[in-house]
Every structure is written in structure tokens, then in C-alpha cells.
Write a protein of this length. Structure first.
Length: 496
């Protein structure tokens, strides 16, 4: 099957399940990635007509439809959550049928259904609304995301890190550390947009997408409305959290912060081919989705940020959240993305897990202990180790040794409570001899106080076993969608 053609005819006798199972997935992914690289390159070279041509061709291809269905129905976390129509594609036959249905349609004629609104509790006792599109609408959104993302990856700002391929929280934190090294950028504007995803201007987003072949479809998605307790409500602003296209549209709308602050870049090439990227201007910025920081060298300059942002906010239909927006300094310290950032006396910026993050980690671990109450030690260890490893992996690029010790102490306390409940009639000496054996000569860890399942021999992990490893910040505005940077990204594990 040629994935570049739009005239494939599927035999009527072929089963939908066979259509799906016979897919050559490596070929599908190679084709889609190749066209996405071409879109990025054409956009970078200013060949905008070519960008649109490739976008049209890729959108009509069988490959992108199948890849979108794969992610929506098999890969993404919400694959079993239905929209307003109640449909979920669980079987290969249903996925094959969905593929044929979309393959025989013109995407421009698609009319999205309203999203189903659900509410997720927040830490502060309030709720956050999510909009769940139908499976069909999610597939169309994923198709649009795949063809739109490479165009905008060539336009996005270097200090934008949220919801972008091969960029993560740690890149934003490393950028903060980088800004702090000179000792000049000490004044900080902590910015937070109030209900950003709910208030973004539709008109502004559509204006930014001018020239995109399927801008009309994007507009219909934005204005499709939502259903809350069986009542329909129209949407005149915002992008629903829960839609696959929403994070990209939000990033597109929020692009321009650096231009507003008059930040620019100059690239120098050394003789050895290494690029040096110099940032220019009176401000420095870091943005992760709708959370952002602005740095300045003086108190007067940081106070001017409020007025500088006025036009930026007005154009996008945004306002600042007064309770979360403030001016501070690196010396005073502040929290960002679950970490605490503070300049210590030796003029070194220390970034470590915040008190709130440590508290959340304790709660998460306690939940596992409570859920596993009454189960065997082996079952507890099997459930708990991935949680411990996940938290440690997320924290390990920062100054987390003290946090590791704190969590290990909490795990120890909960372990003792668990064992005493499991063996209420046994002495502590019996419990220790059964679950804390002396390490053998070949043991990886020589600590005797490691919870060990006597049947299988598996052991409960300790966070302090995790080695702190500095994260290498993604360079400048490098993107994995740039074929020329494939060597740079070859050691990075990601799927896009």
C-alpha cells in the first residue's frame, strides 16, 4: 500500500481486523516522520507553499490515519474513556473499521461533536475541568497535531519547554540554573495566567494559523462546545484541557513572550563546529506551558514587566492570576514546576524538590501501603518499587539527596507499620529475621535493613541508591523534527 496516495480501494471482503493487524507499523512511522521532517525543513527555509503541500498530502495519507488511531485507541492513557457518544475502540476490528471510515472521508467536512466535561479534584480543594472529545474527534485532532507541530517547532521560542518533543521539566530548570550562573539575573517575575486554557482567544489562535490548510477544522474544534450533565454549552473562547490538539494550540497562542520582552539571539560558530548561542536583551524568560518566569538585573526593570505584558495579554485574551503572580528574588527563593529554586550564600543556585512535592511523594507512597494492607510482602514490593523508582528518576537530575533520605525514612516507618499489621502476633525479632536477612558476599547492597521477600528474594528499593545525574539541557531551539539535528538527539529516548 502506498501511503502517499489517496485512492486506495479496500476490498469489501477484507475483514476490519485483518486490515488493522496487517499494518506494517515501522513503515507507517517512517513515512510519517519523514514527512514531518520535510515540513520542518520547508518552514525553516521559508518555503511556505511547500509546507502547505506536504501538510495536505500527509493529512490524506493512510499512514497518518493509522498512526493517529494507534495512539488514540492503544497508546494514550485516555484510550478507554469515551466522549459524548460513548464509543471506545477496544478491538482490532473496531480500529480497522474506524480507519476505513476516516479514510473515506474528507477531513474538511468533519463536524466535531461537543466534548464531555468532567471535573478533576485539585490539591487546594477546587476542581479542574477536562473536556473529553469522542474517539473520532481525538483521531482527527491527532492528525492535525502531527501535521501542524513540525511547522511550529520551527517557530517556537528556545525557552519554551512544555508540551514539545524531546523537551521536559528538567530543561526549564536547567535554563533557570544557567541564567543564575552569572549572578546578574537575580530579580524574578513569577507569572501565571488565570484559567489560561479556558480564556485563550479563538480569534487570536485562528489568526496565528493563517495559511494552514485545515484552519477551518481547527476553528470548528474550538467552537464545538461542551456537554455538562447532559446540558450543551457553546464555547466562544479557550481550548479544552483533555483535547490532544489543545496543548499545541496553547503553545502557539503563547508564543511571542520573548518578542514582547525584546529578547533576541546571536549564534556564533567556533572553528571546531560547536555553536555558541548568545542571548541578548534586558530580560531572560523561561516558559513551561502556562507557567512562566521572567528574570531581570534590577528591581526597576522587573517592575516594568507588568506594563510590558499588557499588549501580550490583551491580544490573547489573558489576565494574570493575582494570587500566583509576584516579584521575588533568587536569594528569597521560589517554587516552580514542583521544585524549589534558591540562591545560597556561596552564590550558587540550588534546585531541589519543593516541600509540597516531598509531601505529595509521601502521600503517594502511603496510598500504596494502605492499598496493599493484608497482601504479602512480595506483592507490596512489586507494587511499591515502580513508584519509588519513578519519583527518584524524576528528582535525580537536581539536588535531591536530602529528599531521598526523607522519603526513605518515611518508607521505613510505613514498612514497620505494614509488617506489624501483617504479623500482629509475632515479635519484632521474628519479623527482622524473616524479612531483613544479612547480606551475602555477592549482594549488590550491603545494608541489612532492606525489606526482602523470603519467597522470591526481591527487595524493596531505596531512593538513596539512585545516583544524582545532571540533566543536559536541550540546546537553543534544537528540535528532533530537524533532520540536521538527528546526531544531536540520537542518544535521547523519545517517541514523536
Amino acid at each position: 500500500m502506498s501511503y502517499a496516495q489517496n485512492s486506495d480501494v479496500l476490498e469489501s471482503t477484507a475483514s476490519y481486523a485483518t486490515i488493522w493487524r496487517d499494518t506494517e507499523w515501522n513503515k507507517v512511522k517512517r513515512y510519517v516522520n519523514k514527512q514531518r521532517h520535510r515540513i520542518f525543513r520547508a518552514e525553516s527555509e521559508g518555503k511556505y507553499r511547500k509546507v502547505r503541500e506536504i501538510q495536505r498530502m500527509l493529512t490524506r495519507s493512510s499512514a497518518i490515519i493509522k498512526l493517529a488511531i494507534l495512539r488514540v485507541t492503544q497508546t494514550n492513557k485516555g484510550r478507554r474513556t469515551p466522549g459524548v457518544d460513548g464509543f471506545v475502540a477496544r478491538s482490532d476490528a473496531q480500529r480497522g473499521k474506524l480507519f476505513v471510515k476516516i479514510r473515506n472521508r474528507n477531513i474538511k467536512k468533519h463536524n466535531p461533536k461537543p466534548v464531555k466535561r468532567i471535573y478533576i479534584p485539585k490539591k487546594n480543594g477546587k476542581t479542574r475541568s477536562l473536556g473529553i472529545p469522542t474517539i473520532l474527534d481525538r483521531v482527527y485532532q491527532e492528525i492535525l497535531r502531527l501535521v501542524l507541530e513540525p511547522q511550529w517547532e520551527a517557530r517556537f521560542e528556545p525557552t519554551s519547554y512544555g508540551f514539545r518533543p524531546a523537551r521536559r521539566t528538567h530543561d526549564a530548570l536547567e535554563r533557570i540554573f544557567f541564567n543564575s550562573k552569572s549572578g546578574k539575573w537575580n530579580y524574578v517575575f513569577e507569572g501565571d495566567f488565570k484559567a489560561c486554557f479556558d480564556t485563550l482567544s479563538h480569534d487570536f489562535i485562528i489568526e496565528k494559523l493563517e495559511g494552514f490548510p485545515y484552519v477551518d477544522v481547527v476553528e470548528k474544534i474550538l467552537k464545538s462546545g461542551y456537554v455538562d450533565e447532559e446540558n450543551y454549552y457553546p464555547t466562544t473562547q479557550g481550548t479544552p484541557q483533555g483535547g490532544l490538539l489543545s496543548p499545541l494550540l496553547a503553545n502557539i497562542a503563547l508564543t511571542g513572550l520573548e518578542d514582547c520582552l525584546n529578547i533576541s539571539y546571536k549564534t556564533y560558530a567556533r572553528k571546531d563546529g560547536y555553536e555558541i548561542i548568545q542571548t541578548r536583551g534586558n530580560y531572560r524568560s523561561v516558559r513551561y506551558a502556562d507557567d512562566f518566569l521572567i528574570f531581570a538585573q534590577s528591581k526597576e526593570e522587573i517592575k516594568e514587566v507588568y506594563s510590558i505584558l499588557e499588549s501580550y495579554l490583551k491580544d490573547r485574551g489573558l489576565i494574570l492570576a493575582e494570587d500566583k503572580t509576584k516579584i521575588t528574588t533568587l536569594k528569597e527563593g521560589f517554587n516552580f514546576l514542583g521544585f524549589n529554586i534558591k540562591m545560597e550564600d556561596n552564590r550558587k543556585c540550588i534546585i531541589k524538590p519543593s516541600k509540597e512535592s516531598i509531601k505529595d511523594a509521601r502521600s503517594k507512597i502511603t496510598e500504596v501501603f494502605n492499598y496493599m494492607k493484608g497482601h504479602s510482602v512480595g506483592e507490596l514490593i512489586t507494587e511499591l518499587n515502580p513508584v519509588i523508582d519513578g519519583i527518584a528518576e524524576y528528582w535525580k537530575p537536581l539536588c535531591s539527596n536530602e529528599a531521598f533520605k526523607s522519603i526513605d525514612a518515611h518508607i521505613w516507618n510505613r514498612t514497620m507499620i505494614f509488617l506489624k499489621h501483617l504479623h500482629s502476633n509475632k515479635s519484632m525479632g521474628w519479623i527482622v529475621s524473616k524479612y531483613f536477612p544479612k547480606p551475602t558476599k555477592n549482594a549488590k547492597h550491603k545494608d541489612q535493613w532492606i525489606l526482602t521477600d523470603p519467597k522470591s528474594g526481591i527487595q524493596l528499593h531505596k531512593m538513596r541508591w539512585t545516583k544524582i545525574e545532571r540533566h543536559n539541557m536541550v540546546k537553543g531551539n534544537y528540535s528532533p523534527l530537524d533532520k540536521g539535528k538527528s546526531e544531536y538527539f540520537k542518544k535521547t529516548l523519545f517517541f514523536y
